[in-house]
Design a protein around this ligand. Structure first.
Ligand code: BJW
Length: 234
């Protein structure tokens, strides 16, 4: 049976690419109220504000380039003699830009548009507006294809299946404060995976991991990938 590594990534892996995290000292939730910009209720109250928030983040993400941590994970997928599956909470496209192929965006993507009326999906324009008509049903019901609080993250069945088969589960650059992702370590551990946290500092769930390595993602991730590949080549 081939070995399987499941990797959960969060905002911390893209921090050194210049994209802000949410809950750090300078994070997005210190500048915006998450109830205003990351809930369906906030969007219903003030869709223009939410569109402006995501248009600005889409523009930032378009300027960003993958860092050494994204590249190391792409190298792992290419060279590991088993399966590497990345489940990202991030809405940027930096894993794919680095060359990773087996990536699931559980919280959606900035490059996606979603019709609230008919659930049609299409590539987001650089600047999205509440008056944009859906290309399928023509209703002006456009929203960013991201998962807000109170909505069900994408791919939950696929993720649960992967966690149940994982030999190694690695969590990178996530605070462990948002569910269901915060539960993945317990789920993987329950099924017998070796669990590892790579983060700038211990997350809320750090004690739930068998192994921890702390430091900037651009340092700890390439080091862990090198160790993992060396281990498999012995
Ligand atoms: C570095 C670094 C460097 C910095 N190097 N590291 C009460 C109890 C329990 C749960 C709930 C509850 N009330 C409500 C809930 C559920 C709710 C929830 O979790 N709320 C919490 C606030 C308690 N969750 C939901 O509503 C979710 N849906 C759900 O549960 O549906 C039910 C269901 C589930 C499953 C099956 C069936 C039904 C939906 C959650 C949606 C989250 N959406 C957002 C916005 C997405 C779009 C966007 O990007 O705008 O997702 S919120 C935001 O948080 C975003 C992120 O993906 C997510 C996680 O943040 P992340 O990535 O961890 O970032 P930070 O900033 O928190 O942490 C950064 C980390 O990086 C830190 O640890 C730093 O140290 C580190 N770092 N620099 C390495 N250089």
């Amino acid at each position: 049976m081939t070995a399987k590594i499941v990797i959960l990534t969060g905002a911390g892996i893209s921090a050194e690419s210049g994209l802000g995290t949410f809950r750090d000292v300078d994070g997005l939730w210190t500048k915006y109220d998450l109830n205003d910009v990351a809930t369906p209720e906030g969007f219903a109250r003030n869709p223009e504000l939410v569109m402006a928030f995501y248009n600005a983040r889409r523009a930032n993400a378009a300027e960003a380039t993958p860092n050494a941590a994204h590249k190391a994970l792409a190298r792992l997928e290419a060279d590991f003699p088993g399966e590497v599956f990345i489940v990202t909470q991030n809405v940027d496209g930096l894993h794919e830009a680095a060359g990773s192929r087996n990536v699931l965006h559980m919280h959606g993507a900035l490059h996606g548009a979603l019709c609230k009326a008919c659930e049609h999906r299409w590539p987001a324009p650089p600047v999205m507006s509440v008056t944009d008509p859906c290309p399928h049903c023509r209703k002006p019901a456009t929203r960013p294809d991201v998962v807000w609080f109170g909505e069900i993250p994408y791919g939950m069945h696929v993720i649960s299946e992967a966690l149940s088969q994982a030999d190694v589960f690695v969590s990178i650059g996530t605070s462990g404060e948002v569910y269901p992702a915060a539960n993945f370590v317990a789920e993987a551990d329950h099924h017998g995976a070796h669990t590892i946290e790579l983060n700038l500092e211990p997350s809320a769930g750090a004690s739930g991991f068998a192994e921890t390595r702390f430091g900037p993602a651009t340092e700890v991730v390439p080091q862990w990938v090198a160790d993992e590949l060396a281990r498999t080549q012995k």
